[in-house]
Ligand binder design. Structure first.
Ligand code: NAD
Length: 424
């Protein structure tokens, strides 16, 4: 774990950018306009705890780019949040939105906290305080957050309410990932995983892998990972391993995903503890070995820096579908490319979330709400078109899918920056 923490995700993101930018020979001025974050805000958040004491939490919001539209990106609650992590995540949002062509820039927020240690009231106080402190940045036309690790639709509601009370208007377009009852969109909960599945369908078609017979390992069983397991099982694929912070669980005949979901529900917090007692599977001694199993498709859906130069040589999957942001380091990328592992990069693979967030924002602004069928159709169209455009770029430039996705996105962001010019 100490080794993992030494990898700076922002440095990894910059390496990815430089590699792609060198292929299209951007000028120094062009690079200066689109590479570094536009604005970094750091706040100390005083929160009254249930015992009456006051605790200070550190919070960040990074707006990487507002060139193609309002900054867009989730808010993460995690004890190990750092400004460099938030900078990297904001950077990836800029290029993710550009890859799928939704009219947003990139942003990300983070609060250093462990939500599992907070009472519901403390969590609400912290969420509201964060949003109030940052309310000059946020707005439907300036910066639109969403959920990320450890934040959820309830937290989005508290944040939306805080903003609306400050502005004395009903402004659901300030945040996405809300529940249906309060301006949320159909399909938003499963959007990230569903978008990933559309990419996996395209990738397996391209590689002649039968998805119905594919074996799959999934790291992380939260919003992205649990829906990924459920949707791929519905496709007929065999989910042989799943994991979360409680450990990794394996069954070569396939894990019963309904039982896994039931286990989380029974535990009352979304965690797989005790799964091996509820359904046939073994708990792996070292959860990291999940990443090294012989499977057709490996889906990292937890945190960044999971596949590194250390374990990449042992990866035996044919396809890696990056549901998480930044799960593969640049050094691991090079190793995996030599091993011919087909990687569907995060800025494409997990863009289903921001795509349906965009559709939610559009619906909020119209005050008119679309059916599940319509959202599904739009999401499928956008994801498959984007996958095909990235694949085409990778063939034209003879590069892997990650560099191809960055090429496509960098061209779009650069063009928009050029068209806008400089206000001085
Ligand atoms: P989540 O908080 O709902 O779930 C995270 C999961 O990862 C949990 O099951 C947790 O137990 C597990 N986890 C944490 N550390 C782990 C470890 N070391 N090993 C194994 N499992 C571990 O978060 P989420 O929303 O599902 O996000 C997961 C990833 O997907 C993040 O990288 C996030 O940025 C990315 N992502 C999420 C969305 C979205 O819409 N939720 C969209 C795009 C990208």
């Amino acid at each position: 774990m100490s080794f993992l923490k030494q990898i700076n995700p922002f440095e990894s993101a910059m390496k990815q950018f430089d590699k792609a930018a060198s292929l299209i020979k951007l000028t120094e001025s062009q690079i200066a306009m689109i590479k570094e974050p536009r604005r970094i805000t750091e706040v100390n958040l005083p929160v009254r705890m249930s015992d009456g004491s006051i605790r200070i939490f550190k919070g960040f919001r990074v707006q990487h780019s507002i060139v193609r539209g309002p900054a867009k990106g989730g808010i993460r609650f995690h004890p190990s949040v750092t400004v460099d992590e938030v900078k990297a995540l904001a950077f990836w949002m800029t290029y993710k939105c550009a890859v799928v062509g939704v009219p947003f820039g990139g942003g990300k927020g983070g609060v250093m906290c462990d939500p599992n240690e907070l009472t519901p009231t403390e969590l609400e106080n912290l969420s509201r305080r964060y949003f109030a402190e940052m309310s000059d940045l946020f707005g439907p036309d300036s910066d639109v957050p969403a959920p990320d690790v450890n934040t959820n639709p309830q937290i989005m509601c508290w944040m939306f309410d805080t903003y609306s009370m400050h502005k004395k208007q009903f402004l659901p377009g300030v945040i996405t990932g809300k529940p249906l009852e309060l301006g949320g969109s159909e399909v938003r909960s499963e959007a990230t995983a569903l978008g990933m599945v559309f990419c996996v369908e395209e990738a397996t078609d391209h590689l002649n892998i039968d998805l119905k017979k594919a074996t799959i390992a999934i790291q992380g069983f939260g919003n992205a990972g649990s829906y990924a397991a459920k949707l791929l099982k519905e496709h007929g694929s065999k989910i042989v391993a799943i994991s979360d912070i409680s450990g990794a669980y394996y069954n070569s005949d396939g894990i019963d995903i309904d039982k896994a979901l039931e286990t989380c529900r029974k535990n009352k917090t979304w965690i797989l503890t005790g799964l091996e007692k509820n359904t046939p599977c073994e708990k792996l001694e070292d959860p990291g070995t999940l990443l090294e199993l012989v499977v057709d498709i490996l889906i990292p859906a937890a945190l960044e820096n999971q596949i590194t130069a250390e374990n990449a040589p042992n990866v035996r999957a044919k396809v890696i579908a990056e549901c998480a942001n930044g799960p593969v380091t640049p050094e691991a990328d090079e190793i995996l490319e030599k091993k011919n592992v087909f990687i569907i990069p995060d800025i494409l693979c997990n863009a289903g979330g921001v795509t349906v967030s965009y559709l939610e924002w559009v619906q909020n602004r119209m005050g008119y709400y679309w059916s599940k069928e319509r959202i599904n159709e739009d999401l499928e169209h956008i994801m498959k078109k984007s996958f095909d455009e990235v694949l085409e770029k990778s063939k034209t430039y003879k590069v892997d899918m990650r560099i191809a996705a960055f090429l496509l996105a960098i061209e779009r962001v650069t063009k928009a920056a050029e068209l806008r010019g400089l206000y001085a």
